[in-house]
Design a protein around this ligand. Structure first.
Ligand code: 2AM
Length: 478
């Protein structure tokens, strides 16, 4: 075999990744179940580098240098298992199968264990950045064995996006499913970020009374500051766009139902299992879900109607500044929750995920790429044992500086009847964490009342139960 690497599955993501490899001077063997796609790729883009088309799985495997590096780019789920079943018998110990799809990390753990038993490396790899990213440089999140990264690292780092400081947006994140877990959390954070941006737009539109084109300008201005990010940039583009057919703002002709492919939901499901409160991500998933309930929305139309005060245009720029503060503060909290989840997942599955490294490889290529991620990277560089992002002195200071405006914006939104679940959940999380006393005391007392679930006291050690149905005396319960 003479190809350095193979790619099977040549839909857009797979084709673009193969082209990215070829453009970087790598000899890449390409294969697809349906051969027309293979031919189309080579016909259209053969001039970009060295492609070696393979007719069959056997052909593909024979064309690869050993140990073999084969990247699988098929739809996550049954197709991945089918492709593994097809290729594994053709491979030899030490060969590497890279799954670049959006697999659930538990599937990746199962597949990795099964292939490890056969001497094969299975490398579940998150790839973020969409079609453009796959072609021009995605953020790459590989799991799998240390040994496999020795062989794959240089290749993957070569085709990955580069952070502003020039370092590749690719790093080995830990064994088995670590890469797909990190990719899942990335997507969860992406949901939260998009929700917060959407709430900011809603406030500027319906509280400040700005038009989409004006809001686009506001986002453009924000994008030159601390909110500088891909998502803010494309938000400005979308808001500035006019629908050709109607001449109306594009955002007004798009149906207001946000869909989801499932990684946000997985993040929340997994977070519940790990016991990590990721309320920012959860609210974002729930808001998308609610937007799709057209029956309920129609039924609720006109309920609890607000008489909306006419927005006062004079105070608009002051209000936009306040929204920027609220957005930024909520974003810090949502990201902090995401990092708590990375930490908890890393501990639960013994992955030893380096929290600063995750921020470093999300600085470029992926959907949440932003200047902000370099701040997170340096926070963990300053203190690798940071208990959470919120306690980093520079983030703590920014939260403190933002909090008056943040509270004012939420108050305004509540008064106007504009829903801000992301902003409010973020603030509630912070207020809860920093509280001297939580009403959890009352909940634990209720639990003791109806279920004898016992309680601890603030003033001495031990576990207690009150005889609620009897004379209400307290007994030792352990
Ligand atoms: P196809 O072109 O032959 O359909 C995205 O759907 C990619 O995954 C396509 O390249 C598709 O191949 C491939 N794919 C989907 N299911 C597959 C399977 N069971 N085996 C092999 N490839 C599959």
């Amino acid at each position: 075999g003479i190809a350095e690497v193979g790619v099977t599955g040549l839909a857009v993501m797979g084709s673009n990744l193969a082209r990215n490899l070829a453009r970087h001077g790598h000899r890449v063997a390409v294969h697809n179940r349906t051969a027309v796609r293979t031919r189309a790729l080579v016909d259209q883009f053969g001039g970009e580098g060295t492609f070696l088309p393979a007719e069959s799985p056997g052909d593909l495997v024979r064309s690869l240098e050993r140990p073999r590096r084969l990247i699988v780019m098929v739809k996550a789920g049954a197709a991945t298992d089918a492709v593994i079943d097809e290729f594994a018998p053709l491979l030899e110990p030490g060969d590497m199968l890279v799954d670049g799809g959006n697999a659930h990390f538990l599937d990746t753990r199962r597949r990795e264990a099964a292939l490890r038993a056969r001497g094969l490396h299975f490398v579940g790899t998150g790839i973020s950045g969409g079609e453009e990213g796959a072609l021009h440089g995605p953020s790459i999140m590989p799991g799998g064995s240390d040994e496999s990264y020795q062989a794959l690292g240089p290749l993957l780092e070569d085709i990955a996006a580069k952070a502003p400081d020039g370092s590749p947006c690719c790093a080995h994140l830990g064994p088995d499913g670590a890469g797909h877990f990190v990719k899942m959390v990335h997507n969860g954070i992406e949901y939260a970020d998009m929700q917060l941006i959407a709430e900011s737009y809603d406030l500027l539109r319906h509280v400040a009374g700005l038009e989409p084109a004006e809001i686009a300008e506001t986002f453009r201005a924000w994008n030159t500051g601390r909110l500088d990010s891909y998502l803010i940039e494309i938000t400005a583009e979308v808001l500035a766009h006019t629908d050709a057919a109607t001449g109306r703002p594009f955002v007004d002709v798009v149906a207001d139902q946000a869909e989801q492919k499932g990684t946000g939901r997985w993040t929340v499901q997994t977070a519940l299992d790990l016991g990590v409160p990721v309320s920012g991500i959860a609210e974002a998933v729930l808001a998308r879900s609610m937007s799709g309930h057209l029956d309920l929305r129609a039924a609720a139309h006109g309920l609890a109607r607000r008489k909306r005060a006419t927005p006062s245009r004079q105070s608009t720029s002051g209000f936009a500044d306040q929204v920027e503060q609220a957005l930024y503060a909520s974003k810090i909290v949502a990201y902090a929750q995401g990092w708590n989840m990375l930490q908890a997942g890393g501990a639960a599955y013994d992955w030893n995920i380096e929290l600063g490294t995750v921020a470093a490889i999300w600085r470029g290529g992926c959907i949440i790429r932003a200047a902000f991620l370099d701040r997170i990277r340096s926070a963990y560089e300053r203190d690798p044992d940071l208990p959470m992002l919120l306690t980093d002195p520079s983030f703590a200071e920014e939260l403190d500086g933002a909090q008056d405006d943040w509270r004012a914006v939420i108050t305004e939104a509540v008064g106007a009847g504009v829903p801000v679940p992301g902003f409010s959940a973020a603030l509630a999380y912070l207020d809860g964490l920093r509280a001297d006393r939580l009403p959890a005391a009352l909940i634990q007392a209720q639990r003791d009342f109806f279920g004898a679930h016992t309680y601890r006291r603030t003033d001495r050690d031990g576990v207690f139960h009150t005889l609620w149905a009897g004379d209400r005396s307290q007994i030792n319960a352990n």
